[in-house]
Design a protein around this ligand. Structure first.
Ligand SMILES: *Cc1c(COP(=O)(O)O)cnc(C)c1O
Ligand code: SF4
Length: 738
C-alpha cells in the first residue's frame, strides 16, 4: 500500500486514511461495535493512519486509547476548550507569543491522526487548511519583532503541508536576520513514518540550525519504520527532541516511561518534555494526579542516564512550569541537606559568608516588627473585622523609634507568608504587634512561629496570648486566684438556660475578641428576650460562644503595665460623660470608636485618673496580680471596673495593647506612658528593653552596624512618615520591605 504523503494528500477528508476500507474493517474487528465510536466522532473528528492502526494489539491498549474515540470524551463537563489561553497571546492569527524570545507559529490545521488527548482538540481537524497568506502574515510579525530568536513551527502537524509549502515557510523564516533557531513540532515519525522521505530531509537540512520536536507516548510506537524515519532526520544533522504527554492508561507508569526514554535515546532523540495532561475539554479521562509524574521523574533520576531525563512540566496560561521531585530537604547557612535517588540523606556544607551574623553574640542588630496592617473591609466581611489591626502610622512610628536607637528594622506582615518573610529577613529579634488572622488562638500564632525559629520577641508568650483572647478561660483563671471579675456564663447556643444567680442588666460579648469588637450599645440587655436575641447575634455574626456578664455599675479604668515585674503607669479613667443619653455608660464599640474621636469636645480619657491613694493602691494591686497570674510579660493593659461598693473587678486583659502614637487618638497604653513623661520612642525602647533583659540580650546594637544616624537628637514628639491615604484605602496594603 502506498502511504506516501502525496497520496494521502489527495484522499477525501472522510476521517480515514489510505485503505479506508481496511481501517474501518479493522476497527470493527477490534471493537466489535462501532456505535459509540461513531457517536463521539460526530463531536470530535476521528482520523487514524493505517500504519498506526496496525500497532494496535487489542482494544483499549495504549495505542488504541490514543487513537480511537471513547465515550468518556463526551462526559467531560469540567475542562476548558482553551486551557492554555493561547487565544489571549495571539497578536496575529496563527501565532502565539507567550515567552519573551520565542513564538509558536501554527502552519497547519491538520494532522495525520487526531490524537484523542490533543490540547488543540477545539481546532484540529475542524477547519480547512490554513491559507499560506495567513502563515506569511504571521511570519511578518516575527520580522517586526527582533526579540524573537526562536520559532516553533507547529499546528496541527506542519508536515501535513507539501514539501514545497514547507520550504516556502522555512525560506521566509530563514531570511529573518534575528531568528536563530527554527524548530518543527511534528508527530509524523510516530504516526506516519513514511512521511519522512529522503527528499523532505534533504530540503530540511538546508535551513539549519533546524531542530525537530517529535511526539512519542509509548514504547510500542518505536518500530523499525519510525526508527528508520528518525535515523534519516538525525543523519541530516537535525537535533531531535521528544515530547511526551502523560496519559492515564497509556504511560502513567515509571517502567513504561523508562522504556520509552531508552528507546528514544537509541534513536538519537533526546527526551525533552513530559507534559502533565492539559485541562482540555473532552480529555479528562486521560488526566493523572501530578504525583504520578513526580514518581515517574523519581523513577528516572539516578536510575537511568541524564541523557534520558526530560523535564516534567505543567503547561498553563502562565506557560510551562517545571515540576520536580524535592531533592533539597533543608537549607541553612551551615549546610544544605540533600537526598539522592535512593532516599539517602547527604549534607553539602554552606559557604561561610563574611559577616554571617551570629545570634550568640547577644547583640541584637536587626529587628522585625510583626504586625497585621489594617485593611478595608470587602464585600461580606464584618465591618469590624480589622479594627484591632495596626495602621501604617503606628508601624512607621515604631520603626522610627527603633531606627533612632540604631537598629535596622524590617516590617513583617503577619499573614500566611510570614514564615517566608521572617526567614528571608534574617532578624535577631521581633517586636510583636501581630493580632493574628485566623482562629481562636490567632494572637499566639506569631509567638509560636518565633519560638519554633528560636527568635526572641517582645510581649507575652504563646499560652498567655491564647488565654487572654478567650474571655471565659481568662475569667476562670482569675476566679481561681480570687481576683474579682463580674459573674458570668458562657452561651454556646440560644437554648441554654440562664443561670438564675446572674442578675440583670447583663452584657453580651463575643467570647474571643478584643477592642470592643462585638460589644455594641445594645449588648446591654435587661430581659430574657433581648438576651436571647443578642446571644443569637453573637453566635451567628462572630461564630463563637457568647459571654454573658453581670453589668458592674461603677467607674471604669484602664491600667497599663510595663516591664518585668511590671510597673503600673498612670491609670486611665474612661469618661462616659460626653456620651449622648441613649448611649449606655460602658466601653461599647460606639463609645470607643464613634464618640471617641479627635474632634470630640469632651475628653473621653482622663489620665491620670483622680483616685484616693487607697483606691489607687487597690486597683494597682489587682492589676499587678492579674498580670502575674496570667503570665503576661513586658506589657499589658488591664480593664477594671468598680462595683457599687467600689470593689475593683477585672473586665478584660489585653496582652497586645494598641500603640497608636498620636496622642489625639487616645490609644490608652501610650496615653498612660505620656502621662508618666515618656516619649513615644521611650515607650518602644522600654518594651524592647524589658524583652531583651528576659532573654539576656544586650540593648545596644552592635557598634558600626547601626545605621548612620549620628547627630540626630532623639525626638520626644513622635514623627510619622507621611502615608498616602490612597494606599490605605486600597485595602491590600503590604508591609513595605526595605
Ligand atoms: C512550549 C512553547 C514554546 C517553546 O517553549 P520551550 O520551553 O522553549 O520549548 C513557545 N511558545 C509556546 C506558546 C509554547 O507553548
Ligand atoms: S499530532 Fe499533535 S496537534 Fe495533531 S492531534 Fe496529535 S497531539 Fe494534536
Amino acid at each position: 500500500m502506498d502511504t506516501s504523503y502525496e497520496n494521502i494528500k489527495n484522499l477525501k477528508e472522510s476521517g480515514l486514511q489510505p485503505g479506508t476500507a481496511s481501517v474501518s474493517e479493522r476497527l470493527q474487528e477490534l471493537s466489535g461495535n462501532m456505535d459509540e465510536i461513531n457517536r463521539v466522532k460526530r463531536r470530535y473528528p476521528m482520523k487514524i493512519t493505517s500504519y498506526y492502526l496496525d500497532l494496535i494489539k487489542e482494544k483499549d491498549d495504549p495505542i488504541w486509547r490514543q487513537a480511537v474515540p471513547s465515550v468518556e470524551e463526551l462526559e467531560d463537563n469540567f475542562n476548558l476548550e482553551d486551557p492554555l489561553q493561547e487565544e489571549e497571546h495571539t497578536p496575529v492569527p496563527y501565532l502565539v507569543h507567550k515567552y519573551p524570545d520565542r513564538v509558536l507559529l501554527l502552519v497547519s490545521s491538520k494532522c495525520a491522526m487526531y490524537c484523542r488527548f490533543c490540547t488543540r482538540k477545539r481546532k484540529v481537524g475542524r477547519q480547512e487548511q490554513i491559507p499560506m497568506d495567513d502563515v506569511f502574515r504571521a511570519i511578518d510579525y516575527i520580522w517586526d519583532h527582533s526579540e524573537v530568536r526562536d520559532v516553533v513551527v507547529s499546528g496541527g502537524d506542519p508536515l501535513m503541508r507539501s514539501d514545497s509549502e514547507i520550504e516556502a515557510i522555512l525560506e521566509r523564516l530563514r531570511s529573518i536576520p534575528h531568528l536563530d533557531i527554527i524548530r518543527i513540532g511534528t508527530r509524523m515519525p510516530c504516526v506516519q513514518p513514511s512521511r519522512i522521505t529522503p527528499r523532505l530531509v534533504k530540503m530540511l537540512k538546508r535551513y539549519h540550525p533546524l531542530f525537530m520536536n517529535i511526539h512519542f507516548n509509548h514504547p510500542n510506537e518505536i518500530t523499525p519504520e519510525s526508527s528508520a524515519a528518525l535515523s534519516l532526520l538525525a543523519d541530516a544533522g537535525i537535533p531531535l527532541g521528544s515530547q511526551t504527554v502523560l496519559l492515564r492508561g497509556v504511560n502513567d507508569d515509571p517502567q513504561v516511561m523508562k522504556e520509552l526514554m531508552h528507546r528514544l535515546i537509541k534513536c538519537r532523540v533526546k527526551p525533552y518534555y513530559i507534559y502533565q495532561c492539559d485541562l482540555v475539554k473532552g480529555v479528562d479521562h486521560f488526566r493523572t494526579p501530578v504525583e504520578v509524574g513526580m514518581d515517574i521523574m523519581k523513577g528516572l533520576q539516578g536510575f537511568t542516564s541524564g541523557l534520558c531525563l526530560p523535564h516534567f512540566v505543567i503547561d498553563g496560561p502562565g506557560g510551562k512550569v517545571p515540576i520536580s521531585p524535592q531533592y533539597v530537604k533543608e537549607v541553612t547557612p551551615d549546610q544544605i541537606v540533600l537526598t539522592n535517588f535512593m532516599n539517602n540523606l547527604y549534607s553539602y556544607p554552606g559557604v561561610k559568608k563574611e559577616g554571617n551574623r551570629q545570634i550568640s553574640n547577644k547583640n541584637v542588630r536587626k529587628v522585625g516588627i510583626a504586625l497585621n496592617l489594617k485593611k478595608s473591609v470587602y464585600g461580606n466581611e464584618r465591618f469590624d473585622k480589622y479594627s484591632e489591626f495596626d495602621d501604617l502610622e503606628t508601624a512607621n512610628a515604631i520603626r522610627l523609634a527603633l531606627e533612632n536607637a540604631g537598629y535596622e528594622v524590617v516590617l513583617l506582615e503577619a499573614d500566611s507568608d510570614f514564615i517566608f518573610s521572617l526567614k528571608e529577613s534574617d532578624v535577631d529579634f521581633v517586636f510583636n504587634m501581630a493580632e493574628g488572622i485566623h482562629g481562636e488562638s490567632r494572637e499566639s500564632h506569631v509567638p509560636a512561629i518565633l519560638e519554633m525559629f528560636n527568635i526572641p520577641y517582645s510581649g507575652s508568650g504563646v499560652l498567655t496570648q491564647a488565654i487572654t483572647l478567650n474571655k471565659s478561660r481568662k475569667k476562670e483563671i482569675l476566679d481561681y486566684y480570687d481576683i474579682r471579675t463580674p459573674n458570668w456564663q458562657v452561651f454556646r447556643s440560644t437554648n441554654q438556660k440562664l443561670n438564675p444567680a446572674l442578675k440583670f442588666p447583663l452584657i453580651v460579648k463575643p467570647d474571643a475578641e478584643g477592642s470592643s469588637i462585638g460589644i455594641t450599645n445594645d449588648s446591654l440587655v435587661h430581659d430574657i428576650v433581648s438576651l436571647k436575641k443578642h446571644v443569637s447575634k453573637v453566635l451567628k455574626d462572630y461564630d463563637q460562644p457568647a459571654l454573658v456578664e453581670e453589668f458592674v455599675t461603677g467607674r471604669e479604668f484602664t491600667v497599663s503595665l510595663l516591664g518585668n515585674p511590671p510597673k503600673v503607669l498612670p491609670i486611665v479613667e474612661v469618661n462616659f460623660d460626653h456620651l449622648p443619653a441613649h448611649i449606655h455608660r460602658f466601653d461599647s464599640w460606639e463609645a470607643k470608636w464613634i464618640f471617641d474621636n479627635p474632634e470630640s469636645p469632651v475628653n473621653p480619657i482622663i489620665c491620670p485618673a483622680e483616685l484616693r491613694p487607697k483606691m489607687k493602691a487597690q486597683i494597682e494591686k489587682v492589676a499587678k496580680q492579674t498580670f502575674e497570674k496570667l503570665g503576661c510579660v513586658d506589657l499589658a493593659r488591664i480593664d477594671i471596673r468598680l462595683d457599687k461598693d467600689s470593689n475593683p473587678h477585672v473586665l478584660d486583659v489585653n496582652a497586645l495593647p494598641g500603640l497608636m502614637p498620636d496622642p489625639k487618638m487616645n490609644s490608652r497604653f501610650p496615653k498612660s506612658c505620656y502621662a508618666a513623661g515618656m516619649s513615644y520612642d521611650e515607650i518602644i525602647l522600654s518594651i524592647l528593653k524589658s524583652a531583651l533583659k528576659r532573654y539576656n540580650l544586650h540593648l545596644d546594637p552592635v557598634e558600626g552596624r547601626a545605621r548612620g544616624r549620628g547627630g540626630r537628637s532623639r525626638r520626644t514628639v513622635p514623627e510619622v512618615m507621611h502615608v498616602s491615604t490612597d494606599s490605605q484605602a486600597e485595602g491590600s496594603v503590604q508591609a513595605p520591605m526595605p
